[in-house]
Write a new protein. Structure first.
Length: 201
C-alpha cells in the first residue's frame, strides 16, 4: 500500500524574527521533514491578525492559517511564556481555529499536536507548556506524550537555526517522531507497527 505523506503545520514564535520559540518549532518541522512529512510554518510575523471577534467574517490575513489547519495531519504549537502563560499573539491565532467549529472534523479533532514553550527561566516555560496542553485538549487535539519547556536564558540555537544542545535536539526529534507515529488515537513506534503488520499512514 502506498504511504500517504503527512502534512504538518507549525504555529509559533514572536514578532522578533528567529526567536527561540520560532526556531524550536522549525526544528521539529525539520525533523518531521527528514522523516518524510510535508511541512508549513506560520511564524509570528504571519500571525498578526485582528483581535478575534466571534461575530466577524474570517479576515483574509487569517484564512491561510485556517486553511492549513483544516488540511493538517498534525500540528506543532510553540509559544513564549509571557507573564506565566501563552502570549497574546499565539492565543489570538488559536482563537481563530473557532472558524472550523462546524467542520466535519472541528478544531484539532483526531490529530496529534506537539506543544513547546520557551521562557526566560524554567517557571514561565513550564506554566506556558501546561497552558498550551490545556488549550489543545479544549480544541479536541491529542497533545504528544512529550512536550518541551525550554529555558531561553540558555543559548539554544545558532542564528542559522542549528540546535546547540544535544539534549534539546533529542526532545524535539522525539516530538517529531511522535507526530509521525500517531495512528487512530494511539502512538506506536514504526518498528512495532511493522512487526504487527499494521498499515502505515
Amino acid at each position: 500500500m502506498t504511504r500517504r505523506v503527512k502534512y504538518i503545520v507549525g504555529i509559533g514564535g514572536t514578532l522578533r524574527v528567529n526567536s527561540s520559540t520560532e526556531l524550536a518549532v522549525r526544528h521539529i518541522l525539520k525533523h518531521a521533514s527528514d522523516l518524510g512529512a510535508d511541512t508549513e510554518m506560520f511564524p509570528g510575523a504571519d500571525l498578526t491578525f485582528p483581535l478575534y471577534d466571534p461575530g466577524a467574517v474570517l479576515p483574509a490575513s487569517a484564512s491561510r492559517l485556517i486553511g492549513a489547519v483544516r488540511k493538517a495531519d498534525a500540528i506543532v504549537i510553540g509559544s513564549p511564556g509571557y507573564h506565566g502563560s501563552v502570549s497574546g499573539l499565539i492565543k489570538n491565532a488559536l482563537d481563530y481555529v473557532e472558524a472550523t467549529a462546524r467542520d466535519p472534523l472541528p478544531y484539532f479533532t483526531g490529530r496529534p499536536v506537539a506543544c513547546l514553550a520557551t521562557g526566560s527561566g524554567w517557571q514561565g516555560a513550564n506554566t506556558t507548556l501546561s497552558a498550551l496542553r490545556s488549550i489543545v485538549h479544549a480544541l479536541r487535539g491529542w497533545p504528544t506524550p512529550l512536550g518541551a519547556a525550554l529555558n531561553s536564558q540558555i543559548k539554544l540555537f545558532t542564528p542559522e537555526g542549528e540546535c546547540l544542545l544535544p539534549e534539546v535536539d533529542s526532545q524535539l526529534q522525539i516530538m517529531a517522531r511522535q507526530l509521525m507515529e500517531f495512528h487512530g488515537g494511539q502512538w506506536a513506534p514504526v518498528a512495532e507497527r511493522s512487526k504487527a503488520g499494521r498499515v502505515m499512514a
